[in-house]
Design a protein around this ligand. Sequence first.
Ligand code: ZN
Length: 317
Amino acid sequence: MNTKNWLIGVVGVALYLTANATGAQGRRMEGDLDVIPVRDDIYLMVMEPAGNVAVLIGEDGALMVDDQFAPMTERLLSAIDELSDRPLRYVLNTHWHGDHTGSNVNLGRMGYTLVAHDNVRSRMSSVQYHMLFRTGTRPHPPEALPVITYGDRMSFHLNGERIDVIHLPVAHTDGDSAVYFREADVLHTGDAFINRGYPLIDVASGGTIKGQIEATNRMLELIGDNTIIIPGHGPLADKRRMTEIRDMLVTARQKVVGLIDQGLDVRAIKAADPLAELNPVWEEGFIKSRAFVNIIYQSETGDWSVPTEDEIKRWDE
Ligand SMILES: [Zn+2]
């Protein structure tokens, strides 16, 4: 398929670079797909830097949550084959980013049923922008688009499980779903929650820091002390860890907003290093302190502009 459809998003760009490099890094795509039992008939499938995939298996057939990058389609399908003699039936995307929807085009062509929030379909149908790299994504081919979409919430009833899919209206994007397997007490959060340092919040796709905090609070209300959390990226987590990350988001936002309220512009705010106290613990992922300050600034002030067509074309070359 067209590489541009899956090279998108922060980790998408990282994988695009490694997939196109020669030598050791070029073999990255041939790495192992780790299959980790979570609880009951739910499994986590991981191959970084793509988003975490969850699979529920059983007599009724399998449900997959997120589907990595296009080159991983066969690997995901054969992993499901090894777990179960029943076929894959539904593929749910937690949001539109390429590291969670990259296999859609292949799976759609094979006839699997793609499901997501309304805004996932509309964003995948039109040009999207990536502020961090000043680039964009072209509209996806029709086969890659979810064929069932929902507004506020929906449920699957499959394999003795009730799976609630809940729209988090403003978080990492404006089309995020939290996916709660009620019987197993397992929550897949998509990128509305990541367990790896500062999060990317996609302001061009309608995400805000305030919304990410509210979405995290909403998920905290939904779950209990025994819930296993599958984050969009990073290792499995629990309520205590999610609370810790929520507190970090609240602190980071307060620190940046304090400087915005003093009238500082984004350069001065970055120079003041407002997250200095948090960095030793939290600057561990792809999003560095300055980038996170920028994200908070943009989402609080609305002071940002989408990449120009020229900037996007440079990425097409
Ligand atoms: Zn994402």
